[in-house]
Design a protein around this ligand. Structure first.
Ligand code: AHZ
Length: 311
């Protein structure tokens, strides 16, 4: 297991214990030696390639069968991943994110403004992951949305049981016949993936067959409709598991956030939908730049995924 950032192992009376290393106690250069004699340890180019590719393909192999897949690493998907990874270190969790940069729309608080607003009681999630905020009464403000996103991301990526494949798109869902919904019913049993750059070129390149991950439970948090968004629920319509999408309604902060958290649920067997993707099914309002519902929908989606997994 790798150590968390800011932690080192030290010998204490014969036993090995973990100790925080936050904060420089002396200039790092003292540990590096003199700048005049400075040089890196030797390397060969192929060593670097192998260091990356060996791990990537070992991860692909290990995660071809996974316990829970999270589609989309925005504020909702990352909150779900944190909750799942913390509550159930025994489960193998795979995050598939289409973008090179995970985080979805949560790098800014809204428009191009830095601060991120969360209505109470979503401050419980900020306390849990250790993000400081200004308490404004009914709501709290994180001084920069990137502080929230980078913190939850670093917590998630440090977990031994979580692997994120970014720059990778979920192109389709794997299905199996299911008795739970009658003869035509299906259970979602995994995802079909492709590198995003390949997904974007299906029209002008050939021979680009996808990859697959089998999993008994999927959490989809791909955001509201847009160039990439609402992927799983649109696919449920085209495979006739949903009659139609209601379509996200106009902005109403007051109503939107409660609705998203309340409606976070298993939509068809094996597929839980959270975050703004849900608004497309239910015709919920959008909430604009208030992120409490994304964090708590993620928490609820994770708890729901554990319930379905344990059935
Ligand atoms: O890249 C997408 C983003 O990072 C990713 N994604 C979408 N389709 C995908 C696919 N395969 C893999 N087929 C995919 N990844 O999903 C992520 C969605 O993040 P988001 O921030 O768009 O959604 P969210 O529901 O986590 O947060 C919504 C934030 C919003 S939108 C909004 C409004 O419009 O009013 N208000 C809030 C708080």
């Amino acid at each position: 297991a790798q150590l968390a950032v800011g932690v080192k192992k030290v010998k204490d009376a014969g036993a090995t214990v973990e100790e925080r290393t936050d904060g420089l106690t002396k200039p790092l250069s003292e540990m590096l030696g003199s700048w005049d004699d400075f040089t890196f340890a030797p390397i060969r180019e192929s060593t670097v390639s192998r260091a990356m590719t060996r791990r990537y393909f070992a991860d692909l192999d290990a995660h071809a069968e996974t316990d829970i897949v999270i589609v989309g690493a925005g504020s909702c998907g990352l909150s779900a991943a944190y909750t799942l990874g913390t509550l159930r270190p025994d489960l193998k969790i795979t995050i598939i994110e289409a973008g090179v940069a995970p985080g979805g729309g949560a790098w800014l608080g809204g428009q191009l403004f830095s601060a991120m607003v969360m209505r109470k009681p979503a401050d419980v999630f900020l306390r849990e992951i250790g993000v400081p905020f200004d308490d404004e009464g009914d709501y709290v403000v994180v001084k920069h949305a990137a502080l929230f996103t980078s913190t939850v991301l670093s917590r998630v990526l440090a977990m031994d049981n979580v692997k994120m494949f970014n720059a990778t798109t979920v192109e389709d869902l794997i299905t199996r016949p299911s008795d739970e919904e009658g003869a035509a019913g299906v259970r979602i049993a995994g995802v079909v993936t492709n590198w995003t750059l390949v997904s974007m070129h299906h029209d002008d390149q050939s021979c680009m067959d996808p990859n697959t991950i089998n999993a008994p439970v999927i959490i989809s948090t791909t955001g509201h409709d847009g160039p990439f968004g609402a992927f799983s629920v649109k696919r449920l319509v085209s495979m006739k598991r949903l009659e139609q999408l209601e379509g996200m309604r106009g902005l109403d902060m007051q109503r939107a956030e409660d609705a998203i958290v309340k409606n976070t649920r298993e939509i068809v067997p094996g597929l839980i939908v959270g975050g703004m993707e849900l608004s497309e099914i239910d015709g919920a309002n959008r909430m604009g730049p208030t992120f409490g519902a994304m964090a708590l929908s993620g928490v609820k989606a994770a708890e729901e995924a554990i319930r379905v997994f344990d059935l």
